[in-house]
Design a protein around this ligand. Structure first.
Ligand code: ZN
Length: 449
């Protein structure tokens, strides 16, 4: 198989030929279709929704499902009881379900306790949640670690409920000892050292927040499974927070293998890419993502680590301090659709999914191709023309930049600096530096050190 860096990113290819544009369209459609399949499932941090989701992924990936029993101690936490829900609704005096979990799973607060009573609107009100600024949208609420129950509804629905009326309130749910479920895809490479890609699978019908990360992770796993790999890859599909805490607690002895990692979340909205650095802030993953974004030709944001957000909080806790950053588009909470029914299949754009996938793949390609070489003719410059290194270059400008890349690689390859070090210092795209290194290896001027 060809080295990963000989393959241009799908983004670049799309601009070069129509066949690649079709592939890009097909990939975008596949990711969106997967999201559409998973969208109706009622996921939470435990329960059959996660299992059903992971079973869908098993159709397209060699995914292993793990179950960790309720009550298992995981550092300062305990794996919670398993939550199941059969039905939930508020029915008016005329026998009409005015709020119905079966119509939209966001209507029920996640982890709601069972309830069966007649209630007035005044009694119900502390258990009702709306978004008055967006009267058509249903909010998303959870109460995992505090016993409670509640319904989420549109402000419009709430305004239709009359004070004098009595309502039948039914939540047919259960909280029982069961287990926490997560999925893992391991792709062994030449080395035991690993690249970790992690996404959360615990949100019900929400698209950008959870399904987009799943869709991009699945496509990346499929692509990497088909390529030769220097690194081993581990893809985690886990419930947010408690899932990464559980995984870390149960795999503490393996954690030192993780050399680079990304949490993938919110990768489908129309906004620009945002990269949140790891706690270390200058880990190779931070430098790799920064480099790819800088040379992408598209706007982006890079933000420093802060101990809030997604599972990077756990991977970057001081006891682990793993080199794991967070790749997203618009950060959570910075778009009004966040945690509401408006984060739906229309909100997520196929172009954004493809772009996120393409940029992450470039990052993986960079990490795979980032090696240290030793110049075999380090005393003065070797004669490049004599070795035919310029022959294939067409235009004058391209010739100059290729030549410059060759000179940078020769000069930088002192056995101490990686190709990324050289690309950064030269301010050239990693792909050009990588290609120059390949050409120099071919004529014997460079050897991996
Ligand atoms: Zn969320």
């Amino acid at each position: 198989m060809a080295s990963i860096y000989h393959e241009r990113s799908i983004i670049d290819m799309a601009f070069m030929n129509p066949q690649a544009a079709l592939e890009r369209e097909g990939l975008g459609r596949a990711m969106h279709d997967l999201m559409a399949e998973l969208y109706p499932i009622c996921r939470s941090i435990t329960g059959d929704g996660v299992r059903e989701t992971l079973r869908s992924l098993q159709k397209v990936l060699p995914l292993e499902m793990h179950e960790v029993p309720s009550g298992t101690k995981v550092f300062d936490w305990t794996v919670p009881l398993e939550w199941s829900v059969a039905d939930a609704y508020i029915m008016n005096g005329a026998g009409k379900r005015i709020v119905d979990f079966k119509a939209h799973n966001l209507h029920l607060m996640s982890y709601s306790l069972p309830v069966r009573k007649k209630m007035t609107l005044a009694e119900l009100r502390p258990h009702l949640f709306t978004l008055p600024d967006h009267p058509e949208w249903i909010p998303y609420r959870t109460s995992y670690y505090k016993e409670n129950w509640g319904f989420c509804l549109s402000e419009k629905q709430l305004l239709e409920m009359r004070e004098e009326e009595e309502f039948d309130v039914v939540i047919d749910s259960s909280l029982r000892a069961g287990s926490l479920t997560y999925g893992e895809v391991c792709l062994p490479g030449e080395k035991d050292e690993e690249i970790l890609l992690s996404c959360h699978v615990c949100h019900p019908s929400l698209c950008n927040d959870n399904l987009s990360g799943i869709a991009v992770a699945v496509s990346l796993a499929q692509t990497m499974a088909a390529r030769s790999r220097r690194y081993s890859y581990r893809f985690l599909f886990i419930p947010g927070t408690i899932g990464s805490i559980t995984w870390l607690a149960q795999n503490e002895q393996h954690v030192s293998r993780i050399k680079h990692g990304l949490v993938l979340t919110g990768v489908g909205d129309a906004g620009n890419v945002t990269y949140k650095k790891s706690r270390r802030s200058n880990a190779d993953i931070d430098r790799a993502v920064t480099h790819v974004l800088k040379h992408s030709g598209r706007p982006y944001d890079i933000i420093d680590f802060f101990p809030y957000g997604y599972d990077e909080r756990q991977y970057c806790s001081p006891g682990f301090d793993l080199p794991v950053g967070c790749f997203m588009r618009t950060p959570h909470g910075e778009y009004p659709e966040y945690h509401s029914s408006a984060d739906n299949l229309d909100f997520v754009k196929t172009e954004s999914l493809v772009d996120s996938y393409g940029q992450c793949l470039e990052v993986l390609g960079l990490l795979e191709g980032n090696r240290i070489y030793l110049n075999q003719s380090p005393k003065c410059e070797p004669q490049l023309g004599r070795r035919g290194l310029y022959r294939s270059v067409a235009g004058q400008q391209e010739k100059q930049s290729k030549e410059l890349a060759l000179l940078w690689v020769l000069n930088g390859s002192d056995g101490c600096h990686t190709l990324l070090d050289i690309a950064e210092r030269a301010d050239l795209p990693f792909g050009d530096i990588r290609s120059a290194a390949d050409a120099l290896v071919e004529v014997g001027l460079l050897e991996e050190s």
